[in-house]
Design a protein around this ligand. Structure first.
Ligand code: PMP
Length: 406
């Protein structure tokens, strides 16, 4: 269990706690997995959970108050990604938003056995959904390769497109490397071929400007807990006319324009709205601060350790993310040696064996290189002191693991 008083990098502090100088100080550098809930978000959610009564669909005054709070959130969520409030479909998170986009399109055009183009570095909620649709015969799936720097090249997309492509799905920023994709160019190509363009902006929204209208994205997914909002709430935002091209996956009372039935999670939605509002207001300043801390982390690690390589294009990536390979040091051993500094590694246990990160392998890294790569992701509450601790912990862990292998 996490001792909140020792958590740095979290929004929750306990001033009354007796500070134990010897206590291990936890440092959280795993924002891309889940960012801490901002105290300001929590404060606006609490009344919705304790005092508020009523179903947002009810026509009486209690229901109308709930619906007004949802509408307010809809405005903030739409504004964060340059969308229309009427295009926001609230979901349980980006996983559901991605499923609704891909499965929803496939269900609507299944009879034509269309093609779906999906990049090789998508989150599992896109890549596995697409594979499942292809296995079922609902679509023909083509995977768009990425350059060794981690981004999709529009020329690859252009070569793969044709009149039979129903949709193209390419994420805005990759969760493992932070690398950004040329979304506007890909959207333009997709439209020229008559395809819908879906963009998973879960890691991008709130970190860098993202304007779906200017970029030409038809469907955009995002999630609360990546922007210091609550977990378990997100949205699919549709440009004008694009939601009509989807079929619902969840049927019932016809909520959310019939695309996502189920009584609305008002407290969660309010939290998502507040998180979106704060992210939009503070994004520019926060990104600059976070990028400076991330750059210091990387340069200090490189100064202290030989053979540190960066994965992904360092010039075209999120301000908060660094994916580093410590040559000769197994990432899992490094990560456990860094505890209580929290980072993450891309490899995952699949069917009983450890698999390297699909993202890093798609970029052409060897399995060995992928198994030696660690992701550091910073955010709103990361401090300079956190970076000092993280550098010391990483250097010690990498040196220990390398010495064991020597
Ligand atoms: N897409 C991306 C790019 C992500 O990073 C994540 C979360 N790791 C998701 C989708 C899924 O989001 P959620 O946890 O809200 O389902």
């Amino acid at each position: 269990m996490i001792d909140e008083s020792a958590v740095n990098g979290g929004a929750v502090t306990d001033d009354s706690a007796v500070v134990d100088e010897d206590a291990v100080r936890e440092v959280y550098l795993d924002y891309n997995a889940s960012a801490p809930l901002d105290e300001r978000v929590l404060q606006e959610m609490l009344p919705m959970m304790s005092g508020a009564v009523g179903n947002a669909s009810s026509v009486h005054r209690f229901g109308r108050r709930q619906a007004a709070a949802v509408d307010d959130a809809r405005e903030h969520v739409a504004a964060l990604v340059g969308g229309r409030p009427a295009g926001v479909v609230f979901t349980s998170g980006a996983t559901e938003a991605n499923n609704l986009a891909l499965q929803g399109i496939a269900a609507a055009v299944e009879a034509q056995a269309p093609r779906l183009l999906v990049s090789a570095v998508e989150h599992a909620s896109v890549s596995r959904t697409a594979r499942r649709l292809a296995d079922r015969g609902s679509v023909k799936l083509d995977v768009i390769p990425v350059a060794s720097e981690g981004f999709v090249e529009p020329t690859e997309v252009a070569e793969m497109l044709g009149g039979d492509v129903a949709a193209v799905s390419v994420m805005a920023a990759n969760s493992e490397t932070g690398v950004l994709n040329p979304v506007a160019e890909i959207a333009e190509l997709a439209h020229a071929a008559g395809a819908l363009f879906h963009c998973d902006a879960t890691q991008m929204a709130g970190r860098l400007p993202f304007d779906m209208q200017a970029l030409g994205a038809d469907l955009v997914s995002l999630s609360g807990h990546k922007i210091c909002g609550p977990t378990g709430v997100g949205a699919l935002v549709g440009a004008r006319g694009s939601l009509r091209r989807l079929e619902a996956l969840i049927h019932g009372g016809g909520h959310e324009r019939g695309l996502r039935s189920g009584s609305l999670n008002v407290a969660g939605i309010v939290g998502l709205g507040v998180a979106a509002r704060i992210a939009a207001d503070e994004r520019a300043e926060e990104s600059a601060t976070v990028a400076a801390l991330r750059d210091r982390l990387v340069s200090e690690l490189r100064a202290c350790l030989p053979a540190v390589q960066q994965n992904g294009d360092p010039a075209r990536r999120l301000p908060n993310t660094a994916n580093l390979r410590f040559v000769g040091a197994d990432a899992e051993a490094v990560m456990s040696g860094m505890d209580p500094v929290a980072v993450s590694i891309g490899s995952a246990c699949s069917a009983g064996s450890i698999e390297p990160s699909e993202v890093l392998v798609a970029m052409g890294l060897s399995h060995e290189a992928a198994f030696e790569s660690v992701r550091f992701s910073l955010g709103r509450f990361t401090t300079g002191a956190d970076i000092d601790i993280a550098v010391r912990a990483t250097v010690a862990a990498v040196e220990r693991v390398r010495a064991m292998n020597a």
